[in-house]
Design a protein around this ligand. Sequence first.
Ligand code: ATR
Length: 284
Amino acid sequence: MEHGGDEIIPRAAVIGWPVAHSRSPKLHGFWLQQHGIIGRYDRIPVPPEELGDFLAALPKEPGFRGVNVTVPHKLAVLPYLAGIDPVARRIGAVNTIVVQPDGSLTGSNTDAFGFLENLAAGAPAGWTAAAAPAVVLGAGGGARAVLAALLDAGAPEIRLVNRSAGKAADLAAEFDPRRIRPVGWDDRADALGGAGLLVNTTSLGMAGQPPLDLALDDLPASALVNDIVYAPLETDLLARAAARGNPVVDGLGMLLHQGRPGFAAWFGVAPAVTPALRAAVLAE
Ligand code: ATR
């Protein structure tokens, strides 16, 4: 294909406000180059008051196949979509929009998929979410995707630990009161007994945030430990878990894997997550 002046090239973008920090352009840019696709993936700052106009104009932009959606628009885009996939409805947030051939917009949420694919890629052979209780720390937006994923993956029990007890109770009631058990923040260390998975979705341990204060003594050595935070890549939680012999999976893979369905829908190629991709996305 010639990169001619008038040629319409396929495009996608990430929208947010602000959006400067997003690593999605690196992710999709790597895949475009790897697959030799002449296309674009941009970073577009969209202020909240312009979101409706932006989405209305999207199907009229030549070549525009869709967008990733980040903070603060993940919920706000819902009224503008002609179709929303069931997982996105359950999570209550959309991160991927596809412009359909008829110009309508459909939304999905690929975070739950990305979370599970990341665990599957990093876990020891034979590990499965269905085998033992999971402990999830946090009850914010990240936790919603993790809960949807773990319930779909057959987790027998999810111990949902959160500082604000009411939020954990609300999430349990909304998602699955039979399998999700809210646990008070002060009981977090005791919740680790017999667990097969520990996931941190709180902001604790992120660069610039306080560390996660959690004694791991009761966590079985076979339990997989994951932090959905990826800055830093090795959080204090992951370092301590690895030091005592637990298998660990860092948070970057969730970002990489969640991008796969969008790229496939927009550019027609199913991309892979590889060490080279990780390195490219991590490079400043
Ligand atoms: P996200 O959408 O990224 O999940 P969020 O909605 O801001 O982010 O949620 C942040 C999570 O980190 C919440 O579970 C929050 O606990 P509260 O619901 O009690 O606010 C948790 N969190 C943040 N700071 C914390 C702290 N100092 N101690 C314990 N939990 C904390």
